[in-house]
Design a protein around this ligand. Structure first.
Ligand code: ME8
Length: 561
């Protein structure tokens, strides 16, 4: 694939790497799902795509969680939790090509190289760090963001997260973040698509412009406070700050930094189409076509720190950062203390991966928080059964003959007009069929545009509407009261709608789409993007109308909660 140098588009999409300090939640799944759909869509179109996800395993947060859980070695602690993230991906059909752990040796080497390069270029220095530090946020806060804790006399909190802060002084290495303010502003202005959506780009630009100077960033911790981290090169008393380590994963997942910089082919630990360790012929091109999908909580790290680290190491900046909003649960922020953190694995076990995937895509927008409601999730399954499954089942009735209809129409030079002219005397039918064909024809471009912008809600409503139109046609045209070619034309229109939508929706609902296609006997080799044109598959439907075939999807009872 990658080593053959075929001239198709190449891209790489990444999720944040998640903290394995607890089991994964719905928010983690959402970031992964957005990437998965993008990745599958690129592959479906014949492009080359890599998809990285993983776990962020070092740092004080993990060290503390590990201690709390009674582990003496954080490595053992993360070893018990990272498989949960792999399990979530597997159960939800998230098809990453590499799962990176920041404890992977190739990544550790890369972090050290990144550090040394920034050091050699004069962007790291040693200094004294005094300030207000939040242990839970792992961040220092400026004086202006610290207030007395109204609920705990003698304690202080920061105004960003309301978490406790303590005054600390220690020896640290600093990154000269202040040197990058102008360059960042210039870069973001010249690359308006770098931070997407636009509101987030504006937010970061305003932040950069309004700050009179960015403070340098402390990027190490003394071993006395942080044992569980990567050692600072040439200083065994200090460990590298977790974000400097974590952000570097995006490069590590492609290969070693020097190969990427010099665009030298690398063997990369991705699994693509069953092949392990793909050779990336032009790793720099992939890097330049890398999109990070992140939640709004970590925008500063990805659009201020990360590009600054890259510039400091004379490395190019990746293509884009897509920022999504958060999921609430029945209107309330999910939190452990409220006990409303949703376990996506449990949801999938009950409703199936496709329903959950569709629900998350249909009910979210990048710029607005989504609200998880189990009732709505339940309804999706119902819609699949009543709109999509039912349409197929009706076409598969023993009164009809899909194979005969396919033979009749798919061989025609102009499939669309050969069907429409049959209904010259039934204008109402003609208009309905014409409308379905028009929407099917426009859908691939619309999907491409929307998937590239990670905008799903409206797109998914459009897909429902095409299915509704096909169901209405079935209802109004009553093919069971007709004979011969007109009956075949109605059945063909409905099976084509279902077939084309199933292929196009495979990146969204991979399992269901295959089961729909199998129900109408679409041969495996025709279940691909090459066959999305009306009448392009001449072979399906062979046994679809046989008696006693099973239905592709069945109704569920509502979950007992
Ligand atoms: O921040 N709704 O890891 P993390 C939607 N390790 N998405 C949500 C969400 C919610 N309610 N809550 C979290 C970290 N997310 C770092 C990242 S990257 C170099 C290091 C998603 O386990 C969202 O993408 O806290 C958010 O950015 C990510 O999970 C945070 O996961």
């Amino acid at each position: 694939y990658f080593s053959r140098g075929i001239a198709t588009k190449i891209s790489h999409v990444t999720t944040p790497i998640f903290y394995p300090n607890a089991k994964p939640h719905l928010g983690h799944l959402y970031s992964s799902l957005l990437c998965d759909v993008q990745h599958r869509w690129q592959l479906a179109k014949g492009n080359q795509s890599l998809f990285t996800t993983g776990t962020d395993e070092h740092g004080i947060k993990i060290q503390t969680a590990s201690q709390k859980a009674g582990f003496s070695d954080p490595r053992e602690f993360v070893n018990t939790l990272y498989p949960e993230f792999i399990k979530l991906n597997k159960n939800c059909d998230i098809e990453f090509t590499r799962f990176i752990r920041t404890t992977d040796q190739d990544h550790i080497e890369n972090v050290k190289v990144l550090w040394k390069t920034c050091w050699d270029n004069g962007y790291i220095y040693k200094g004294e760090h005094k300030g207000w530090y939040s242990i839970s946020d792992e961040t220092f806060y400026p004086e202006s963001k610290v207030i007395k804790d109204p609920n705990n006399p003698g304690k202080y909190i920061n105004t960003e997260t309301n978490n406790e802060v303590v005054h600390q002084s220690e020896s640290n290495y600093f990154f000269k973040l202040s040197a990058f303010r102008e360059r960042l502003i210039d870069y973001i202005e010249k690359h308006p698509q770098y931070i997407y959506p636009k509101s987030k780009k504006d937010q970061i630009l305003n932040e950069l412009k309004s700050s009179t100077g960015m403070q340098d960033l402390s990027i190490s911790r003394p071993v006395s406070r942080l044992e569980w981290g990567i050692e600072v090169p040439n200083d065994p008393d200090q460990k590298i700050y977790v974000w400097f380590d974590a952000l570097c994963n995006y490069m590590s997942s492609l290969g070693n930094i020097e190969s990427i910089r010099n665009n030298i082919p690398v063997t990369s630990q991705h699994n693509l189409g069953g092949v392990n360790n793909v050779e990336l012929k032009e790793p720099l091109e992939l890097w330049k076509n890398t999109t990070h999908v992140i939640g709004k909580d970590i925008i500063k790290f990805h659009t201020i720190y990360w590009p600054s680290f890259l510039m400091a190491a004379s490395l190019p900046i990746n293509k884009q950062v897509i920022v999504h909003s958060h999921w609430l649960c029945n209107g309330v922020k999910m939190s452990k203390s409220l006990g409303n953190v949703l376990d996506p694995i449990q949801m999938v076990e009950y409703y199936g991966a496709d329903s959950l995937r569709w629900f998350l895509l249909e009910n979210s927008q990048l710029e607005e928080d989504g609200d998880f409601q189990e009732d709505k999730l339940f309804m999706i399954r119902d819609m699949f059964v009543s709109k999509w499954g039912n349409l197929i089942n009706r076409c598969c009735g023993t009164k009809f003959n899909i194979k005969r209809a396919v033979d009749e129409f798919s061989s025609k030079a102009d499939v669309e007009s050969s069907i429409l002219q049959l209904f010259e005397d039934e204008q109402d039918m003609k208009i309905q069929i014409e409308n379905i064909f028009k929407n099917l024809k426009e859908l691939p471009n619309l999907m491409d545009e929307k998937i590239n912008k990670f905008e799903f809600a409206q797109l998914l409503r459009n897909i429902w509407s095409i299915l509704s139109d096909a169901n209405t046609l079935m209802q109004d045209a009553k093919p069971w009261t007709r004979e011969g070619i007109k009956q075949d034309a109605i059945i063909f229109t409905c099976t084509e709608t279902s077939r084309i939508l199933s292929i196009l929706c495979a990146p969204l609902i991979p399992r269901l789409s295959i089961s729909f296609l199998n129900r109408i006997d679409v041969p495996k080799e025709c279940q691909t993007y090459k066959y999305i044109k009306l009448g392009s598959d001449t072979k399906y439907g062979s046994k679809s109308n046989d008696k006693g075939r099973e239905v592709p999807i069945t109704k569920l009872q509502k979950r007992d909660t």
